[in-house]
Design a protein around this ligand. Structure first.
Ligand code: LFR
Length: 486
């Protein structure tokens, strides 16, 4: 018992967050979810904002719960923070927030999105420089809009900290930009791990707001005395803050018990479906741009070429329009069963999942109905019908992304590994296997939390490297295999 190492993962998602206590005994990682809380942005006069104060309160509550869950006399060796991508806090030298933190679904980036989208030469140049396509939520577009609509910000702000960077700062007192989260911004140079001058200049973003990104595993020092006092437990006396991959998707990818021959495709399935793979080189060029391949980075500076398929956001949104929506595991199971039983004989309609109308609609059901009407397709009559339509459509979206990767890289994938909330959704896993024509392996695995904890253990020097961790993990995981049905 005394030889176990305890670490805490703070994993912030756009719709929920959690604090997970990990116990590593030298061979196995045991996870205890000690705190889970909802997260949502708030709309004030047409703009969307995150409530950072609430998130901070939940983080401290979760850390206290982690200490309470420890065996007697044990301590927490480290904490690490990951979050959804792209959003950031602008602060001054004293670390004070000088601009409200916007949520990435805010429509303020639409004019910038269209402008870049309509300028083919600039679009190609930015893609060649950063490897990130033009997507409405990019931090580049958000920062461009902030600077243009509020020029005084250039005098007020001295640093741009992405969401995990900001919480790392609150915990440790150190301001750093971590590479994986920075790579979601569309401002990192695709051929190095530094910032892209071309992109910063194009979007007119002050370069001095950023520092050279740190790699995963970097120790940011101990929790500040103030935070230790607020936590009020001796378990935190020597706790380090470790920069893990700040981007949740990078953590989830690190947790994949993948084959070493590169034949596994990954899906981190939650509010978004992140479909991609790991690579030593980026996937660039006109076809990659057209397929919206995002060359995000791994914690050690390699690449995670991926496409962002809209994901279970479609279902989360649709559920709001049904009073009969499921409220517990039993009701969820009944909904999935009802959706599975809908006719498999006649081909059901599929949505074009890349419809921009799905980004942040007032009513998701109405947005889905509008697309179906436009395409003269029948509307589902029940919630089970919508659930089936959404899962089938996402499965097709996953398969389309896989084929685009295969076309562009000459790879051929043999399995799809899926982690995250959607890995528990049978309908979605089966639809993906059917559309892709290869098996889908679903792991009962909290991917982001496991990746976050694994990187802390590597940073602490307790586990040698990711390959060693994956080898430990792979042998022990429960998995469900969905074979494609012809
Ligand atoms: C998933 C995720 C995606 C990112 C999206 C927006 O939580 O991090 O990877 O593209 O959120 O930030």
């Amino acid at each position: 018992m005394s030889s176990s190492v305890h670490t805490a993962a703070i994993d912030l998602g756009a719709t929920s967050g959690r604090v997970i206590l990990g116990r590593w005994d030298g061979r196995q990682l045991a996870l205890t979810e000690v705190h889970r809380f909802p997260n949502a942005f708030q709309t004030l006069r047409g703009h969307d904002y995150w409530d950072l104060g609430k998130l901070w309160h939940e983080i401290l509550t979760g850390l206290r719960a982690a200490a309470a869950a420890l065996p007697r006399g044990a301590t927490i060796a480290s904490v690490g923070v990951d979050s959804w991508g792209v959003d950031y806090a602008l602060v001054n030298d004293a670390g004070r927030l000088v601009f409200p933190v916007h949520a990435y679904r805010d429509a303020r980036t639409q004019p910038g999105l269209k402008r870049l989208g309509n300028t083919r030469a600039a679009l190609a140049r930015i893609y060649a420089a950063t490897g990130i396509p033009n997507v409405f939520y990019n931090s580049s577009l958000q920062l461009e809009e902030t600077v243009a609509s509020c020029p005084a910000i250039e005098d007020l702000a001295t640093r741009c900290l992405f969401v995990p960077d900001y919480f790392n700062f609150l915990l440790s007192g150190r301001m750093e930009n971590e590479l994986t989260i920075a790579s979601t911004s569309q401002l990192i140079d695709v051929h190095s791990t530094g910032w892209s001058r071309a992109a910063l200049d194009y979007f007119r973003i002050p370069a001095q707001w950023f520092t050279p990104p740190v790699l995963s595993g970097t120790s940011l020092g101990r929790l500040t005395p103030e935070i230790r006092a607020r936590l009020g437990s001796p378990a935190f006396a020597r706790t380090r803050v470790i920069a893990v991959p700040g981007h949740d998707t990078a953590c989830a990818y690190d947790a994949m018990p993948a084959a070493d021959d590169g034949t596994d495709l990954y899906i981190s399935s939650g509010t978004w479906s992140l479909v991609g793979f790991e690579s030593g080189t980026p996937v660039l060029g006109a076809d990659a741009l057209a397929a919206r391949i995002s060359n995000e980075r791994t914690g050690d500076g390699r690449y995670r070429p991926l496409t962002n398929v809209i994901g279970l956001w479609l279902l989360e949104g649709t559920l709001k329009d049904f009073a009969s929506r499921p409220r517990n595991d039993r009701e969820w199971a009944a909904l999935i069963r009802a959706a599975e039983q809908l006719s498999r004989d006649r081909p059901l309609a599929k949505l074009a999942v890349d419809d921009p109308a799905f980004a942040n609609p007032a009513s998701m059901k109405r947005a889905i109905d509008a697309q179906l009407r436009r395409r003269k397709l029948p509307l589902p009559r029940t919630l089970a019908g919508y659930t089936r339509l959404i899962c089938d459509s996402l499965g097709q979206g996953h398969a389309d992304s896989m084929r685009a990767f295969e076309r562009m890289t000459g790879r051929s994938f043999r399995r799809i590994l899926i982690v995250g909330g959607g890995s528990r959704n049978r309908l979605l896993c089966q639809a993906t296997a059917d559309a892709a024509g290869i098996p889908v392996v679903s792991f009962a695995l909290e991917g982001t939390a496991v990746g976050n904890l694994a990187n802390q253990l590597i940073g602490l020097g307790v586990v040698k490297d990711l390959a060693t961790f994956r080898a430990h993990l792979g042998g022990r995981l429960r998995q469900t295999v969905y074979q494609p049905r012809m």
